[in-house]
Design a protein. Structure first.
Length: 162
């Protein structure tokens, strides 16, 4: 099939999607200009991704007293627990969890978002013969969990009117 014929066939579908109001999901708009992230461990992957995503819209400041909003991490943890094992005590399935407890406040201490807990979890089957591959899969699952949690934090920050 020629490329011009493909375009001609794709045109009606594109028009239908445009007419129904379809659009890609965008990051929520934030109503403040600066934010400070505090309470995260040094070199926290969660803090690094939050900083990267927030910098697309607002200024991320190191000093909380100069920011409009302070996002304070109370708990930033990666957890791994065994869900299933064999009779020979070999692990067959683990659950990966990413937990973030946080508050958002002004530098003066006025609470903008009360204590919130975000928890994302995924199950991962394991085999003794593919330990290296499962290690890479586990790292990828943690990255996906982290992206999910960061998007949830952004949606909550979008509700703030400082």
């Amino acid at each position: 099939m020629s490329s011009s014929r493909r375009r001609l066939l794709a045109l009606p579908a594109a028009l239908l999607l445009a007419g129904c109001g379809f659009s890609r999901r965008r990051a929520p708009r934030l109503a403040f200009a600066s934010i400070a992230l505090v309470g995260f461990a040094p070199r926290s992957p969660m803090a690094a991704e939050l900083t990267r995503v927030l910098r697309e819209q607002v200024q991320v400041l190191p000093a909380p007293e100069r920011a409009e909003v302070v996002l304070e991490a109370l708990v930033d943890a990666r957890e791994r627990s065994i869900v299933a094992s064999t009779a020979a005590a070999q692990v067959r399935e683990v659950q990966l969890r990413l937990r973030l407890n946080f508050i958002a406040r002004t530098p003066s201490g006025r609470l903008l978002i009360p204590r919130a807990e975000l928890l994302a979890a995924r199950d991962l089957s394991t085999t003794e013969s593919a330990v290296l591959a499962k290690g890479f899969e586990e790292a990828e699952l943690y990255r996906e969990l982290q992206t999910d949690v960061v998007q949830q934090v952004l949606r909550r920050l979008a509700s703030i009117v400082p």
